[in-house]
Design a binder for this molecule. Structure first.
Ligand SMILES: *Cc1c(COP(=O)(O)O)cnc(C)c1O
Length: 375
């Protein structure tokens, strides 16, 4: 049996090596390492795939979130509502820009932003909402957009874990996640569903004014060469990464289907295990399973992890410390956030291996290994 890993980027590469190698070689031959043709092609191809008017590539997903917030012209002290149960990048950039993160709950079934908690968190200082499509499934965007509209708020979707996910509105209309809010931000970190061979990120929008602003901010606030109109940053996707992503984008739907297949296998196998709560699927969203995250019900999680480790089955806790309890939010440390669902989830979640290169031998070994803990 092939060694089990949380992700297997090596074998994923080997399966498409000739195509990828050729694309990289073309960049080397062109010597256009920055802003080469591959970058423009990729932005165009991704825009077509997503059905988004504008795609602005940048250096990573964290930069994408930061550039989005800079483009909205938020002022220090403005409040930005985000779930506490997410990767730190979502909230870190809020604090970096001297905005105030306001943490809300997630739904215990979908792990995505809880609408009631969102409604309660809105104050006259609220300017933006950042829903996260955590683990590969959409936040309840239709309701979030209605709330945003009623309160005149911007919505930035953190789509780093859900590229390719489809959201279905109550009228049956479907959109890709990341294209529903005012801005979508994503990451091409190697382990993401669409991963580069290094860092990368992108912004999506249908708003030309915002698109121009974000393009300018990502390029030193430059409007014409050496004319800098606003304070920006330097955030580029390089040509080699873009060339690789161009190839991998063609395989994205197949990759996501492979992840869904793994999830279906686990779901069927764990259905009969009382101590395991399998991930819930929302009726409004597909699930591209960036992570397959179970909840352990009345189980010693440390003992469970040790049991799996002894069988060389890796697993991860995403995330052990919620945003509202991180030391970095110093000033807010004494606020009583009261997020019981989030606190509870951090104690009981456990993500099992899910990636595009898993085979039945590995899957059945993992399932047996997991089940043997409960016997
Ligand atoms: C990966 C990730 C990011 C950040 O992406 P980087 O490319 O690593 O900067 C942001 N938000 C979420 C939810 C992520 O999973």
């Amino acid at each position: 049996m092939r060694k089990i890993q949380m992700v297997d980027t090596k074998n994923q590469y080997l399966a498409i090596k000739p195509e990828v190698d050729q694309a990289i070689q073309e960049v080397l031959d062109s010597a256009a390492y920055i802003n080469g043709k591959a970058v423009k092609d990729f932005a165009q191809n991704l825009a077509t795939y997503l059905g988004s008017d504008y795609v602005i590539p940048c250096a990573n997903g964290t930069d994408a979130l930061q550039i989005a917030m800079m483009a909205l012209g938020l002022e220090p002290g403005d409040e930005v509502i985000t779930p506490s149960f997410t990767y730190i990048a979502t909230t870190e950039v809020v604090a970096l820009l001297k905005l105030k993160p306001v943490f809300v709950e997630v739904d215990p079934i979908t792990f995505c932003m809880d609408v009631e908690s969102l409604k309660k968190a809105i104050t006259p200082k609220t300017k933006a909402i950042v829903p996260v499509h955590l683990y590969g499934q959409a936040a309840p965007m239709e309701q979030i957009m209605e709330i945003a509209k009623a309160n005149n708020l911007y919505v930035i979707e953190d789509n780093a874990q859900a590229i390719g996910c489809d959201y279905t509105f109550s009228n049956g209309f479907t959109k890709k996640t990341g294209t529903i809010g005012h801005i979508g931000a994503t990451s091409f970190y190697p382990s993401k569903n669409l991963g580069a061979f290094g860092d990368g990120g992108a912004l999506f929008t249908n708003d030309k004014v915002l698109a121009d602003k974000m393009t300018m901010i990502a390029n030193h606030g430059q409007s014409a060469r050496y004319y800098h109109d606003v304070v920006g940053c330097n955030s580029r996707l390089d040509s080699i990464q873009a060339a690789i992503l161009n190839i991998k984008l063609k395989h994205l739907d197949r990759y996501n289907a492979a992840r869904q297949k793994v999830a279906n296998y686990y779901n069927a196998a764990f259905d009969s295990v009382e101590e395991i709560i399998t991930p819930g699927e929302a009726n409004y969203s597909t699930h591209v399973y960036h992570q397959y995250t179970i909840q352990l019900n009345g189980v010693d999680r440390e003992a469970f992890i040790t049991h799996l480790a002894a069988k060389e089955i890796p697993c991860m806790i995403y995330y052990p410390v919620p945003g509202h309890l991180q030391k970095m939010f110093g000033e807010q440390k004494n606020i009583n956030w009261n997020l019981p669902v989030t606190d509870q989830l951090t104690t009981c979640v456990c993500s099992l291996p899910v990636h595009t290169e898993m085979d039945e031998v590995q899957l059945s070994y993992i399932v047996e290994g997991v089940k043997s803990f409960f016997k």
